[in-house]
Design a protein around this ligand. Structure first.
Ligand code: CIR
Length: 256
């Protein structure tokens, strides 16, 4: 069960955030703020406390707090984000992490090692890590070393098509995994009950399990139905403005 979430308000510079252009258009800042408020409400509905950090104009993508830190039940890891314009977000997230974790349980990916939290998928005490344009082998090596101190493990998943691992695959507990595109056939995920994302709804592979409920992006009826059929209460949340920057539901919070 999760008790806490950390989120950061979107900044006005959001409109200049990194985008692959998969979902065209510039985010509407006002609408993004309203959607973010609703996102916080959805998290609260699941019984967690939400720590809301102030907007950071220096970092257009800073609303995506999932990337500069990985939080586990035993420790927190400040990553070394792989995108140059986002790297400094690691310093900004640190004070928030310190509120929840003692200094000796906060670790850092450093030097040539790069890792984005969006590439890290937690399944109990095992972590799948996407090797992507943002996360490299050295980042993964350091990450594995830190996890090992706490008896946790990780394995690598090379990515071909998507930005982050969790862009295309997400674990929603009870052995259920939402899988799309390049992840459908990956042997790594064979042991899970795979819920295949219908064509055209790939964005909704990024749902979040929150204490028994699953938050699903609004506008993806196929995924909504499949998640309900799997036995979950579904909470819908519209993230259209964040999608324009390749950001999904998981990207906007740290959950622990
Ligand atoms: C980026 O390219 O870094 C942002 N525009 C989107 C980050 C999405 N974060 C995530 O998947 N964890």
């Amino acid at each position: 069960m999760f008790k806490n979430c950390i989120v950061r308000k979107p900044c006005k510079a959001l409109v200049e955030g990194i985008t692959s252009g998969t979902y065209p258009g510039k985010p509407d800042y006002e609408l993004a703020c309203r959607q973010h408020e609703h996102y916080i409400e959805c998290l609260k509905q699941c019984g967690v406390q939400v720590e809301v950090l102030p907007a950071l104009e220096a970092y257009p993508d800073s609303v995506f707090v999932e990337d500069p830190a990985v939080v586990t039940r035993s420790c927190a890891i400040i990553t070394n984000p792989g995108a140059a314009s986002r790297n400094g977000e690691k310093n900004e997230i640190l004070p928030a992490i310190r509120k929840f974790y003692p200094e000796e349980k906060i670790h850092f990916i450093t030097g040539e090692g790069h890792l984005d939290g969006g590439d890290v998928m937690m399944v109990g005490d095992h972590f799948y890590v996407g090797l992507s344009a943002r996360t490299n082998a050295e980042g993964l090596r350091q990450f594995a070393e830190i996890l090992a101190k706490y008896g946790m493990t990780c394995s690598e998943v090379p990515l071909a098509e998507v930005l982050h691992l969790k862009t295309g695959v997400n674990y929603i507990e009870n052995n259920n995994m939402l899988v799309s595109g390049e992840f459908v056939e990956k042997p790594d995920f064979e042991k899970f009950h795979k819920i295949l994302i219908p064509e055209g709804e790939e964005y909704a592979a990024n749902c979040i399990w929150m204490n028994g409920s699953v938050i699903v992006p609004e506008g993806y009826p196929g995924v909504e139905k499949l998640v309900k059929e799997a036995g979950y209460q579904v909470i819908l949340c519209d993230t259209s403005e964040f999608r324009k920057l390749d950001g999904g539901l998981s990207c906007m919070s740290l959950r622990f």
